[in-house]
Design a protein around this ligand. Structure first.
Ligand SMILES: [Zn+2]
Length: 306
């Protein structure tokens, strides 16, 4: 009998990854292609179909379902994609109906941060925890909330935008129209743009480069990293005060440099969270690194249909 796997698809603004993932969370085969949103949604769907057939064939396995992690906004039940900043031209597209018809399988689509949160409780360090918040810090800040083992959804299935909580109303403006939201203060681009503001002649610089400079002892970069820890801590402190979670798992590219600023964030939490047992919230790095999307996509399918 052929091995059964979940066809997992992780959609990002620049690349799409597909994988054949077992129920235990092992990625047996995988492939990656450019997203190229400018080619249009229809072309992308054909590309994803070919990728799923490829990973299943190479795994020598049969797909039992398809799970997709995709940036929001999107409707997780109908599968309709909203106005996603990194996927221009995809608005109104529907991966669920497109793939369901062709493969004759059940398809689950989930916001990528929610999928990564499911990966933490399904296969990661948070396994068995009741209330878990997953946070990703990269070009933006996003998150997913698991309450009593279930993915938390708001009205009409809406995904809460944890990255747009206002931390400093006099802070920099964000595309969401608020000022000083968490993302505009503590995302990777926020760290880089603060440093550029202090020293305009530095030119184009990425958060990873700021962290590398801080590592070498550059004073301004060290201040940027200290600031990252401070604002990261304030946002996390709000989440701890509001939810008192068992665990917070931190993922995303910026967290690769967490050794530079996580202690500062934990210090802020200790100072600010005086009304809840914050010391009981375990704060860890997320378990799956760059595989969070694929493992999460498979978990999204299992969570929906098992
Ligand atoms: Zn915002």
């Amino acid at each position: 009998m052929k091995l059964k796997v979940i066809g997992a698809v992780d959609i990002g603004g620049t690349k799409i990854a597909a994988g054949a993932v077992t129920e235990a969370g092992t990625i047996i085969s995988r492939c990656e292609r450019a997203t190229a949103p400018e080619d249009g949604f229809g072309v992308a769907v054909q590309r994803i179909k070919a990728m799923l057939i490829d990973v299943a064939t190479r795994a020598g396995a049969e797909l039992e379902g398809i799970g997709i992690a995709c940036p929001g906004p999107l409707d997780p039940f109908t599968g309709v994609i909203g106005d996603v900043g990194t996927l221009p031209g995809w608005q109104g597209g529907n991966l669920v109906t497109s793939l369901q018809a062709d493969f004759g399988l059940r398809v689950a689509v989930e916001n990528d941060a929610d999928a990564a949160a499911l990966a933490e409780v399904g296969e990661g360090t948070a396994q068995g925890s009741r209330c878990v918040i997953y946070i990703t810090v990269s070009t933006g800040i996003g998150g997913g909330i698991i309450l009593s083992g279930e993915l938390y959804r708001g009205v009409d299935g809406a995904h809460p935008e944890l990255g747009h909580q206002v931390i400093d109303a006099s802070g920099p403006p964000c595309y969401c129209k608020a000022r000083g939201c968490w993302e505009s203060l503590a995302s990777g681009p926020a760290m880089a743009s603060w440093l550029r503001g202090q020293q305009p002649d530095v030119g184009e610089i990425t958060a990873a480069e700021v962290c590398a400079l801080a590592q070498q002892g550059d004073q301004l970069a060290c201040r940027a990293v200290e600031r990252e820890g401070y604002y990261l801590g304030l946002g996390l402190a709000n989440l701890i005060t509001l939810f008192c979670p068992d665990r917070i798992a931190l993922g995303g590219g910026v967290m690769k440099s967490s050794h530079l600023f996580l202690d500062r964030a934990l210090q802020v939490i200790r100072e600010v969270c005086t009304q809840v047992p914050a010391e009981k919230t375990q704060i860890t790095l997320a378990s799956h690194g760059a595989d969070a999307g694929l493992v999460g996509a498979a978990q999204a399918w299992l969570h929906r249909y098992r």
